[in-house]
Design a protein around this ligand. Sequence first.
Ligand code: UDP
Ligand code: MG
Length: 316
Amino acid sequence: MVEMSVVVPCFDESEVIDAFHRTLVGALRPTGVAFEVCYVDDGSGDATGERLRRLAEQDPWVRYTSFSRNFGKESAMLAGLRMARGEVVVLMDADLQHPPELVPRMMELHRLGYDQVVARRDRTGEGPVRTALSRGYYRLVRRFMDVEVVDGSGDFRLLSRRAVDALLTLPESNRFSKGLFSWIGFDTVSFSYGNVRRAAGASKWGGRRLLNYGIDGLLSFNTRPLRLAIHTGLWLFLSALAYALWILTRVVLHGVDTPGYATLITAVVALAGVQLATLGVIGEYVGRIYHEAKRRPHYVVRETSDTTAARPPAPR
Ligand code: UDP
Ligand code: MG
């Protein structure tokens, strides 16, 4: 029986993957927990797949799935959760930013009865701009979303079997995990740890990717931005009405005939902006509906440890 599955999404992590594996095993062995490690190679272009295959050959409790291309971390985590057979599942990054030494502590908290144990990183050693942006973003998300999302609480967490099963019942193809974790509920506890720099390699989260991730977070959970668009439209309409009335009265009472060119242009441009933004919001939802309606699988598997074990070695 497997007590714990550790799920690790990896994308171009060949530089750290061996070190990660060693640290993880070093941290878990002494606890005596029967564990397995489920690696997901998210279509890496480097030797990550190769390394994983070797690890799986060495240790029977290492399993892996390789994607046919890069499908993104959310898909990789989903594949890992589907692979996992353990009574509890720990999700963590391959770059050692999620210290494996914390896993035993998570297990202890789980034994106290928590279904989700979250290790929250603080933001030591991070640039002030990024910190401020993240803070502002989370404030925004909390205002707009129905689910609770906490700054710094990422994907490093332990989930009980029933929490994992709940996550696996959510069918959406646009997966925003931070929201899904909170949506499934269950008793959750968190503790924080000092931020760690990535051991080697580079982060795949540039500015644009983060921005898109942010938009996903805002739009994935409800239709409140649409509501906001309606409110804005209503307010603009009312203020335009009031303005028109004011001008009319002025003309009637004083006979003043205002040139009004500047006002006109301003109003037209402002309204065009609001309309475009609103259309964008609507389009974003329509796009999501289109995306979900296709019902495509979340990822395509190139190979797994089970298929390679059964197959004769490749000719050289
Ligand atoms: N990752 C992935 N697919 C991707 C991007 C990232 O599986 O398309 C993995 C990556 O290998 C790492 C984890 O997700 O294990 C976190 O990625 P990264 O360290 O780049 O993000 P950051 O820590 O900077 O948020
Ligand atoms: Mg990282």
